[in-house]
Write a protein that binds this ligand. Structure first.
Ligand code: NAD
Ligand code: WQD
Length: 339
């Protein structure tokens, strides 16, 4: 089983490649390193003891993808490659539409040319906006997208569904990730944000490492147990394993529907302050934080109902928030050479 992983040098892709090898699969990774570093591939090889094929190429280019499919016998694709910064997407909507939607269209076209019929797609809980009822199920309403980034996920889901409808024999699993945190327990791969992090996990570890002076917690006047926002934080290695489960579903069972959608979360909500406390408990390091005003566009609370993935993919999150925080810290220390 040879899996083409797009964006496999990135945060979630690199952890997924580790799990694909652990499950006995072979990997071709295509990534243009627009938001990742090539050394991550060496680290993945060191963890797995394998040598994944790495191709540095932009997948919005048809010929690049065509060459890959021509030169490798690809059985299935996991499509991570996308731009992912919510804020940046507001500043540069055309780049986001071009890259995220363009790459998905090009990929489907070339998969069709080479008769590759199995796709796992990275979607996001952002498609739900602020849900009316919690936890969210896969049938919860899709809300009007708050940002171009969120809209690219909604559009790509629709494109995949329309493509599957038009092409009998094509199957896809769409995974809606909640908030990935943590890192591989070796501390040798992890999240590598460029510049000032937007996301909570790397902001916490960078503050603990002294790179950021203070973590600003955006608002403590929400209708939540301690007033800070609630999210479903999932260890990236648990999330990575969900991709293996999704592929196995496509390979071993003939799914009853051509497109299957799953929430990938823990099923539990934690507040921002609880995440800080989990980090402090796991590492023994106190985080310098301050409460500031709300961040524009933040939703108050969301967490997953992950029962469908457990029932149909035989997958559930196993690692705790504290483990995720410890592993994220091991990665930050390793990357910064902190003893
Ligand atoms: P990431 O930026 O770390 O990884 C994405 C990788 O794709 C990067 O290595 C980047 O260089 C590559 N890439 C981007 N455009 C490309 C192109 N045109 N051609 C080739 N490579 C390209 O992001 P991540 O956190 O690993 O996210 C992976 C996927 O999961 C993305 O689709 C993202 O939208 C989605 N997602 C992420 C989160 C999150 O919080 N991290 C949550 C929900 C969904
Ligand atoms: C989490 C919580 C912040 C930073 C985003 C995307 C979503 C998905 C995951 C891709 C919020 C608070 C954060 C900080 C803080 N990505 N926070 N201080 O906003 O839930 O989701 O990433 O699909 O689409 O929107 O994640 O990590 O930015 O924030 O207080 O410095 O942490 O207010 O409540 P978010 P996040």
């Amino acid at each position: 089983m040879k899996v083409l992983v797009t964006g496999g040098t990135g945060f979630i892709g690199s952890h997924t490649i580790v799990e694909l090898y652990a499950a006995g699969m072979d990997v071709v990774n295509v990534d243009n390193l627009s938001n990742s570093e090539a050394f991550i591939n060496d680290r993945v090889n060191a963890i797995t003891g394998k040598h994944s094929t790495f191709i540095n190429a932009d997948i919005t280019n048809e010929d690049n993808l065509r060459n890959i499919f021509r030169n490798h016998s690809i059985d299935a694709v996991i499509h991570f490659a996308a731009f992912k910064s919510v804020n940046e997407s507001v500043e540069k909507p055309l780049e986001y539409y071009k890259n995220n939607i363009g790459a998905t269209i090009t990929l489907l076209k070339i998969m069709d040319e080479f008769k590759v019929t199995q796709l796992v797609f990275s979607s996001s809980c952002t498609v739900y906006g602020q849900p009316d009822e919690l936890p969210v199920t896969e049938d919860s309403p899709i809300k009007e997208a708050a940002t171009p980034y969120g809209y690219t996920k909604q559009v790509c889901e629709q494109i995949i569904m329309d493509f599957a409808h038009a092409n009998a024999g094509f199957y896809s699993v769409i995974l809606r990730y909640f908030n990935p945190v943590g890192a591989h327990n070796s501390g040798t791969i992890g999240e590598l944000p460029r510049g000032v992090p937007n996301n909570l996990g790397p902001y916490i570890t960078q503050t603990a490492a002294g790179i950021r002076e203070v973590l600003k917690i955006f608002g403590n006047d929400y209708d939540t147990p301690d007033g800070t926002c609630v999210r479903d934080f999932i260890h990236v290695c648990d999330l990575a394993k969900a991709h293996v489960a999704a592929l196995q579903k496509l390979i071993k069972e003939k799914p009853t529907q051509s497109v299957l959608v799953y929430n990938v979360g823990t099923g539990k909500g934690n507040t921002v302050l609880e995440v800080v406390k989990a980090f402090e408990k796991a590492t023994g390091i106190s985080v310098n934080y301050t409460i500031t005003g709300r961040r524009e566009g933040d939703i108050e609370k969301i967490w997953a109902n992950a029962a469908k993935a457990e029932k149909e993919l035989h997958w559930k999150a196993e690692r705790s928030l504290e483990e995720a925080m410890l592993h994220a810290w091991l990665w930050e220390k390793n990357y910064r050479n902190i003893l």
